[in-house]
Design a binder for this molecule. Structure first.
Ligand code: ZN
Length: 149
């Protein structure tokens, strides 16, 4: 029997296996405080794979791949479940893409992408720990430098 840590939702998305410390940050990038959907957030839940995990359930919202990629930058172990009529109809892992466009701000204040209305672009040079190289100024950012747009 499936154990439910947080109440089930009828239709929407469940983001599971978030590193517990990152859960509220993930909630933040999903901008859920500005949405009207019901959102359930659980932190410090027990997990088979992580010491402690977080989970976010959003009623009536389907997480798309772009949002999943954003989540991956903060919670690389997270999985996304799409729920329809209380059943999981789709399940996918968040994936850090090879190239990130329009998601992360370049941390170099002099970078052309911060001035000329150019869509930001970084190459993922390492996934764990995360290292991103700006396509324009070639500076390399680590996790602490990442500011999401
Ligand atoms: Zn740059």
């Amino acid at each position: 029997m499936k154990h439910l840590d947080v109440a089930a939702i009828k239709d929407g998305s469940v983001i599971d296996h978030i590193d517990s410390k990152s859960t509220l940050k993930v909630a933040d990038i999903l901008n859920i405080q500005n949405e009207e959907q019901v959102v359930l957030v659980g932190v410090n839940l027990t997990s088979k794979f992580l010491k402690k995990k977080g989970i976010i359930k959003i009623e009536g919202k389907i997480i798309d791949q772009k949002e999943a990629n954003k989540i991956a930058l903060i919670a690389p172990n997270a999985t996304v479940n799409i729920i329809k009529d209380y059943e999981v109809v789709k399940k996918f892992n968040t994936v850090i893409p090879e190239i990130i466009e329009g998601i992360v701000k370049c941390f170099n204040p002099n970078c052309v992408s911060n001035h000329n209305n150019i869509k930001t672009k970084q190459h993922v040079v390492n996934k764990n720990p995360i290292r991103l190289q700006c396509h324009y100024c070639e500076r390399i950012m680590g996790a602490k430098d990442i500011v999401l747009i």
